[in-house]
Design a protein around this ligand. Structure first.
Ligand code: MN
Length: 303
């Protein structure tokens, strides 16, 4: 049987948003593309320097139906949640919070000192079988690191290049960080039944011959079994992929669900202090949900 033709890559430019005082570039969801595998949200935050008292401060807010996935590149962030977890995340580490039926959390930079911050924050849509599961939190302090063709590769989630990342997920998924301080080139194996996208975090790349600059997502689609990555100088990129998510995802504010009713109920529960518990030990103000009547307008932005 002839191989299916590989679609021309789709370029998605970031739009700028603000999350808890931090400028972020948002790559997913966009008008052009809602998901890559089960990945349904992607913010590139920083790199930015801040004075004491600055940096990211996101007060208690709820989530349903997703996993939040934080990859910290520079700086420090304290995660605290309604299960009682208080966990610092540091460069080279991943935090995965599974919201399931409902959880609330806060994220904050150290109060007492100046610093830098650089992170990628993603959401993973939970499939129907898991989206009402009990909430949980996983800190991954050590991740598999591999050297290939001049790139330092960290496997953030999934199985790749003979390594398995520790994060627990519920869909076939890959996340990897690739970095080089100098010119580098490599060809890496892919799963033809995964769709993939590459985000250039810094520098300039050629991905299977396509030029790519910072804060542009290159959606590669399905059907590739290799990926050629090349750069003439220092560069940093994120590769995400997974089997196409089979369910229609509705995202509103910090909720991932399927129907407007999911969103109305979750908003009601958050506003009435039900379902999502309390986040102990933070002085940050609880975030108010936007008016759910605005759902049709799709104007609310996630935090
Ligand atoms: Mn959150």
């Amino acid at each position: 049987m002839p191989q299916q033709p590989i679609a021309k890559p789709q370029r998605i430019a970031a739009r700028v948003a603000d999350v808890g005082g931090m400028p972020v570039r948002r790559l997913l969801p966009t008008r052009e593309r809602r998901t890559v595998g089960a990945w349904c949200f992607l913010d590139h935050a920083g790199p930015v320097a801040f004075e004491a008292g600055g940096g990211m401060h996101v007060g208690p807010h709820p989530h349903i139906g997703l996993q939040t996935f934080t990859w910290l590149i520079e700086g420090e962030l304290l995660h605290s949640d309604s299960l009682g977890n208080r966990q610092w995340i540091r460069p080279g580490q991943v935090n995965v919070m599974t919201a399931g039926h409902g959880i609330s959390h806060a994220e904050e930079a150290p109060e007492d000192r100046a610093g830098r911050s650089h992170a990628v924050q993603l959401w993973i849509a939970l499939p129907d079988g898991q989206r009402e599961c009990a909430p949980m939190f996983q800190h991954c302090p050590e991740l598999p690191r591999i050297a290939r063709g001049g790139f330092a590769i960290t496997v953030l989630v999934g199985d790749w290049l003979g390594a398995t990342a520790p994060a627990t997920v519920f869909s076939p998924l890959l996340g990897a960080d690739l970095r080089t301080d100098t010119s580098a080139a490599t060809t890496l194996p892919l799963h033809a039944d995964f769709e993939y996208a590459v985000l250039c975090l810094d520098g300039e790349l050629r991905i299977d011959g396509e030029a790519l600059v910072a804060d542009t997502l290159l959606y590669l689609g399905l059907g590739r079994d290799t990926l050629h990555i090349e750069t003439a100088a220092a560069a940093h990129l994120l590769l995400i992929g997974g089997t196409p998510f089979a369910e229609d995802v509705l995202i509103w504010w910090n909720f991932v669900g399927r129907t407007t009713e999911d969103m109305v109920q979750a908003t009601h529960d958050w506003n009435h202090g039900d379902r999502f518990g309390e986040v102990p030990g933070t002085r940050l103000q609880r975030l108010a949900a936007p008016d759910v009547a605005g759902l049709q307008l799709r104007k609310a932005t996630p935090t």
